[in-house]
Write a protein that binds this ligand. Structure first.
Ligand code: MV4
Length: 501
């Protein structure tokens, strides 16, 4: 008996492909959805059935709850997996899916809501014994704000209570800037979330961003699957993630793991989730930042060191299965690193780079995994996230994993769009990163205004060269005529090529 007969994958790109594979391996028929610009996309080709949602704009396709639920019902799917982004952390969508008789493959809507409100989450975490950054969550007026900031001590961080992932966040270094920054943050938060409440926290500068993966079934079993270090980010976009974190020892790992499990249990969490912490490398104190109530982009490195398929476990848990292991049964193995290959141009300040993929050669070999949503010929458009592929390596220890990633990136060839490949190689080779000491300020402090060492020829030139290579205009001996040598094995109809001998 399969867990579900059919599952609708409400996403696109590499994560849709990843989830389609999980369905197949569980004997479940995967159904894709797509927008008008994704008709030829890989996730559409790999699905059993694909349903058109509408125009490219997310609001008219992947973000449209009504259309996604209608597609699920039309296909006869029993469950819907939201992937990451889009509808994945939308409690309203989880409720509407359930009301339509669909299993939402994710946490209960109440847990999404509880973690979505950063002010309420801070209070709940504190009362659950999970350390939070010194700060306040209810500042009635400017006077109370000024007093709170003075008590906390500068620098402070102003965050939108309804925000997350760094949206609506502002560092304030001195009291003179406080009220202006707070007012700007309020406007931004009101605009983006329709909610202008703020929280104020001590800013842990040069901290380490370490997150803990949790997994909880619907029978009261919650475990953690160790940490991922994600300190290397550019404008809150993660670039490189690794596990184990070079900063943690077994005691700190265990304490953070326990705190993450407590955080999950405090909101009645089930399914896969991630508890984000900031760690002060000087004191080794750790503080809860937020919980991401979805499968994350960087989940494959956890799969590498645990040997568990997180996407499959999400489906099993949603179907009501019990986790067959306890915390004591889990041991991490080796070291895993992920690099995100983005279609973006370092020369324009990392703006998305669009175009047709003229060549797309991906690495392989022992301990190398590639999760990609595109192939040669794919169009990289402005409509969606510019993540093209994730390169994941696994090796016995960190130095071996670093060399394996450098090899994988060296094998990677992308023509037609500009990528961050060279930037990734330079981060890996930087002595601070190589020493395992990169903080959340690594890029701004060590690679500001980065430029590639070599320039890439224009796409038109590459296209012309590739066209010539693949379909030569004049015969140059590269493809000899079949009758040139009647004794050539290539001309024989029953030769070794036919597999007959
Ligand atoms: C912080 C912090 C330091 N101190 N909060 C960033 C995303 C969101 N999840 C919370 N984030 C942070 N919150 C306090 N009190 C550091 C980060 C942070 C960060 C900040 C600036 C630039 C890059 C960063 C990368 C990861 C985390």
């Amino acid at each position: 008996m399969p867990l579900f007969d059919r599952i609708l994958i409400a996403n696109r790109g590499e994560i849709a492909v990843r989830l389609l594979r999980a369905c197949r391996e569980l004997g479940i028929s995967p159904v894709a959805v797509y927008s008008e610009v994704d008709r030829e996309a890989l996730h559409v080709r790999l699905a059993d059935e694909a349903i058109l949602l509408g125009p490219a704009a997310p609001a008219e396709s992947y973000l449209n709850m009504e259309k996604v639920i209608a597609a699920a019902l039309q296909s006869g799917a029993a469950a819907v997996h939201p992937g990451y982004g889009f509808l994945s952390e939308n409690a309203g969508f989880a409720r509407r899916a359930a009301a339509a008789g669909l299993v939402f493959i994710g946490p209960p809507p109440g847990a999404i809501d509880a973690m979505g409100d950063k002010a309420a989450a801070r209070v709940l975490m504190q009362s659950s014994g999970v350390p939070v950054v010194p700060g306040v969550q209810d500042v009635a007026d400017d006077k109370a704000l000024a007093k709170a900031a003075k008590d906390i001590g500068f620098p402070v961080l102003v965050k939108a209570a309804a925000g997350g992932g760094g949206k609506g966040m502002r560092v304030v270094n001195a009291s003179a800037d406080l009220l202006e920054s707070a007012a700007a943050a309020r406007r931004e938060a009101l605009n983006a979330f329709g909610d202008d409440r703020l929280i104020l926290e001590k800013y842990v500068a040069r901290g380490r961003h370490v997150e803990i993966q949790v997994l909880a079934d619907q029978h009261g079993n919650t475990v953690h699957l160790f940490e991922r270090e994600c300190s290397v980010q550019r404008r809150h976009q993660k670039i490189i993630e690794e596990t184990p974190s070079p900063l943690l020892d077994d005691d700190l790992r265990s304490a953070m793991g326990d705190a993450a499990v407590a955080a999950a249990q405090a909101v009645g969490y089930t399914n896969a989730g991630t508890v984000e912490f900031i760690v002060d490398p000087d004191t080794r104190a750790f503080y809860f930042l937020e919980m991401n109530t979805r499968l994350q982009v960087e989940h494959p490195i956890t799969e590498a060191i645990t040997g568990l398929d997180l996407a499959q476990w999400q489906i099993r848990i949603a179907a009501g299965e019990r986790l067959p292991f306890q915390q004591a049964d889990l041991t991490p193995h080796g070291h895993a690193i992920e690099c995100r290959l983005y279609a973006e141009d370092p020369a324009t300040g990392f703006l998305p780079s669009t175009g047709t993929l003229l060549a797309f050669d991906l690495p392989s070999g022992p301990g190398v995994r590639v999760d990609s949503g595109v192939t040669e010929g794919s169009e990289i458009s402005v409509h969606y996230d510019p993540l093209m592929a994730k390169l994941i390596v696994h090796a016995g220890d960190r130095p071996a994993a670093l060399r394996r990633m450098q090899t994988a990136l060296s094998e990677t060839v992308v023509l037609g769009v500009t990528t961050n490949r060279e930037f990734l190689l330079d981060v890996l080779q930087h002595p601070v990163f190589a020493a395992g000491e990169a903080t959340t300020r690594f890029i701004e402090e060590h690679l500001p205004n980065w430029r590639p060492a070599t320039s890439v020829p224009p796409a038109a030139l590459i296209a012309a060269a590739l066209a010539e290579l693949r379909a030569p205009a004049s015969s140059n001996g590269a493809t000899p005529a079949a009758d040139a040598d009647p004794y050539s094995p290539w001309a024989r109809p029953t030769g070794f090529r036919m597999g007959g001998g």
